[in-house]
Write a new protein. Structure first.
Length: 433
């Protein structure tokens, strides 16, 4: 500001005088204004054309049909949005031509400017095109990785080209954009999404068991991977889905299911000193139960025992098993003063009863049927239905009277305990009564 207030450049350019009466420096920088300040490269490319000086120089040029155009005489040329003075590198004779580069006016353009001299007057005809970025390199930064990338072989000013973000950083997905503007190559990585590298990890929990999982290779954002449930919890089967989204891993174990106990799975069962491996004949889901015959473990036992499945592991409970009564087992049964040892006609399960055994088999003086019952390996008999048999009219008894013995029929039916009178003379005529 001090230079502005005392200098004459502004006054000369304006064709008069400039007077600065008051200057005030802001207390704080104006950030909004700072954002509008052009870069050093932009300001460096701008050349101030002194129109009056150039006009004066042209006026002093020798007026002659053969007058040349000296190297000190310039001509104003506009290239793109930039206007600058172009001077021939050497004197040009009238009627002759020379060239200058477009980049001497605006570095963002290529091509040439034709300079022609006619009677000391220099004229310029530009043939300029915006500079391209063909095969131009640029260092692209994505995440923590820097890589030099080359533009395509034909990338003109104003054009863009897309490249995969993973070409710079394998952990990123999407595309970044290369842009060319007047020979300047720039890039935009706002569409690159961070992925998940092998150093990332996520916690996976299945029914209280927890482990950490990391990818074996880089996962791009939006992709998934799977891992088995069993290594985390041996009681579960299925797969866990692992997702990567913008550099964050997450796990979904909803497909992990408690293991069932399948047909053919075995469990060791012991019953009264006998141990046997029992194989499942029907699958059992975890948390449910099945049954098997106790006799499959020990033939001397009956009923059913329980087989339980929990997370693929079988267990057994034989408390419901009851010892059976085989045919070799016997019990002494008394009936009407007669005792006899009896056994089941076939193995009798605990709690089972064998019915309709004839009482006459215990005592020929009885009729009806009795039953035997097995209870945990012990036989008991029920003879309550057995009744003493009566005597028929044709039944005989051997009677001795004196020296004579005769078989006498009772002559009428008698109930058990009943009696009838017969004449003694019917046996021995020498007797009365």
């Amino acid at each position: 500001l001090s230079t502005l207030s005392t200098g004459s450049s502004l006054a000369a350019a304006a064709g008069g005088t400039v007077s600065v009466t008051e200057m005030q420096v802001p207390a704080e920088p104006d950030e909004a204004a700072n954002e509008e300040v052009p870069s050093a490269a932009e300001t460096a490319a701008v050349e101030v054309v002194d129109v009056k000086a150039q006009a004066a120089a042209q006026a002093n040029v020798e007026v002659s049909a053969s007058a040349p155009c000296p190297s000190s005489n310039g001509v104003a040329v506009t290239v793109g949005l930039t206007t600058g003075s172009v001077f021939p590198s050497a004197q040009i004779a009238s009627g002759e031509t020379a060239t200058a580069t477009c980049s001497s006016v605006d570095s963002g353009y290529s091509g040439s400017i034709a300079l022609s001299c006619n009677a000391g007057v220099l004229r310029a005809t530009p043939s300029c095109t915006p500079g391209s970025c063909n095969d131009m390199p640029v260092v692209v930064t994505i995440g923590d990785t820097n890589t030099t990338v080359k533009a395509p072989a034909s990338l003109a000013s104003g054009m863009t080209s897309s490249m995969s973000c993973s070409a710079v950083n394998a952990a990123y997905s999407g595309d970044f954009v290369l842009s060319c503007s007047l020979g300047v190559l720039s890039y935009t990585v706002s569409s690159c999404s961070p992925g998940c590298s092998t150093s990332h990890k996520t916690k996976v929990t299945i029914a209280g068991n927890t482990q950490y999982w990391s990818p074996t290779s880089v996962m791009q954002s939006g992709t998934t991977s799977t891992t088995d449930c069993q290594p985390i919890n041996n009681g579960y089967s299925g797969t866990i889905t692992i997702s990567c989204f913008f550099g964050v891993l997450s796990a979904d174990p909803s497909n992990c299911k408690a293991k069932a106990c399948n047909v053919g799975d075995q469990v060791s069962v012991t019953l009264e000193g006998t141990t046997k491996a029992i194989a499942l004949s029907t699958a059992i889901q975890s948390g449910l139960t099945g049954t098997e015959r106790c006799a499959a473990v020990n033939p001397s036992w009956g009923e059913l025992f329980t087989m339980s499945c929990k997370l693929g592991a079988l267990s057994s409970d034989v408390t419901a098993c009851r010892k059976a009564c085989p045919t070799s087992l016997s019990v002494s049964v008394a009936l009407g003063g007669t005792s006899m040892s009896i056994s089941p006609t076939a193995t009798l399960a605990s709690g089972a009863t064998e019915y309709n055994r004839p009482c006459s088999g215990l005592n020929s003086g009885y009729e009806g049927v009795y039953s035997i019952t097995c209870q945990t390996g012990v036989i008991s008999a029920s003879t309550g239905e057995c009744t003493a048999r009566g005597c028929l009219a044709t039944d005989t008894a051997s009677v001795t009277v004196g020296a004579s013995t005769t078989a006498l029929a009772v002559g009428l039916n008698l109930d058990h305990g009943g009696s009838a009178l017969q004449a003694c003379g019917s046996v021995n005529g020498q007797y009365t009564g």
